[in-house]
Write a protein that binds this ligand. Structure first.
Ligand SMILES: [Zn+2]
Length: 390
């Protein structure tokens, strides 16, 4: 009887082990078939990310999965494509760029972020909503002028921080855009880039047209990387829905509808949203600015900024991350604490990232593509600015 029982368990164990072996074989043979097939990045992302729309908050969160799961796979596929093009092709680790942008002109940009930026001699782009200045929350004009004199880039976030799509009349929309430029000019700034409040309005050709009358570029929508030729998904993946049919950075399709990524629909990665989603999905019982959450957000930040490497080969810059911050503070869950901001800046510094501003981004009217000005000279920029500081 006892023997039988052991025999019974023995058989169950054997069956279980056999099942695992079979299953593992299935998994590994599926994997080797998959990796053996030469298929391009387009199909890879098309199959996996068809339905994702990067315009909305919730779907933007879904895209976090992109970095958790298929990055290694994407890297493999990309290498395969590279090998086909050029055997000597290699990733240039020296070509790592990042743009840091600050929303609205909060006081903490001056009081909390600036001392950390100064430490590493990093310059950033600040999008000012004029109605926020000279207020308890906002910077003063003098502080903004000081930032400009020190090499920071001051751009426009409108005369007030109101969603353009919520405004009924185009006259009123135009006034927010136009005044958003003029209020800065009156104070000695020359903004060339407009950030639509809440990054909304890119689907309305009339709104895009209004912005184009006053600004060279604009921000609408979100993406982990900004592709300089605006054809994100077609060449490299990401959301098909967000990029479908775009081949360059022109704002309109032939039928007059707007393209999803273009010179008036540049993309930022919202640090606040990323932080919030990580906190809400995994760490609700933790301090949103404690060590655990900071560590997870820093990890995500690093994944995003490093993900450009596979697209920027042989000195050709195709993609850069544009990281959007709001408050550098701890008042609300999604703010970026000065501690975390310091860790992120330290990482950029120690890993050779070139921190540029939107003033360093140009536009090629023939190719309808963004480019980075003085790209070739950028490698010596850090040593130059260090000399200047001495
Ligand atoms: Zn904003």
């Amino acid at each position: 009887m006892i023997l039988n029982r052991y025999l019974f368990f023995g058989i169950v164990l054997l069956l279980g082990a056999g099942y695992l072996v079979i299953n593992n074989n299935v998994i590994s043979s599926t994997l080797s078939i998959t990796t053996g097939i030469v298929f391009n990045l387009e199909n890879f992302f098309k199959n996996n990310y068809d339905q994702r729309n990067y315009y909305s908050f919730d779907n933007d969160h879904l895209s976090l999965d992109f970095y958790n799961m298929p990055l290694a796979n994407a890297q493999e596929q990309n290498e395969e494509v590279d090998i086909n093009i050029n055997n000597n092709n290699k990733n240039n680790e020296n070509d790592k760029y990042v743009i840091l942008m600050f929303d609205r002109g909060y006081k903490s940009t001056f009081t909390k972020a600036k001392p950390i930026l100064d430490k590493y001699d990093f310059k950033v782009s600040i999008f000012v909503a004029c109605s926020s200045t000279q207020s308890p929350k906002g910077m003063t004009w003098d502080q903004l002028r000081q930032l400009q004199n020190e090499g920071h880039d001051i751009q426009s976030h409108g005369s007030e921080h109101t969603k353009l799509v919520d405004i009924r009349s185009y006259e009123q929309i135009e006034s927010i855009v136009k005044e958003g430029k003029e209020c800065l000019r009156e104070q000695g700034f020359s903004p060339t880039v407009f950030q639509a409040p809440y990054n909304k309005g890119g689907g309305d050709p009339k709104i895009v047209d209004i912005i184009s009358r006053y600004f060279d570029f604009a921000f609408m929508g979100h993406s982990k990387l900004m592709f300089l030729n605006c054809d994100g998904w077609e060449k490299f993946g990401y959301s098909r829905e967000s990029y479908e049919g775009s081949t360059d950075c022109r704002p309109y399709f032939a039928n007059g509808t707007t393209t999803h990524a273009n010179k008036y629909a540049m993309k930022e990665w919202s640090h606040d949203r990323g932080h919030d989603k990580i906190y809400e999905s995994k760490f609700l019982n933790e301090d949103p600015h404690g060590e655990k959450v900071n560590e997870a957000v820093l990890k995500q930040f690093i994944k995003i900024i490093e993900s450009q490497i596979k697209f920027n080969t042989d000195g050709q810059i195709n993609a850069i991350p544009i990281i959007g911050y709001h408050k550098i503070d701890i008042g609300k869950d999604y703010y970026t604490s000065p501690e975390l901001f310091e860790q992120e800046m330290k990482y950029l510094y120690e890993n050779g990232f070139k921190v540029i501003t939107l003033a360093d981004v140009g536009y090629d009217e023939n190719q309808h593509r963004f480019y980075i000005k003085n790209d070739n000279n950028m490698s010596s920029e850090l040593s130059q600015s260090q000399n200047k500081a001495e």
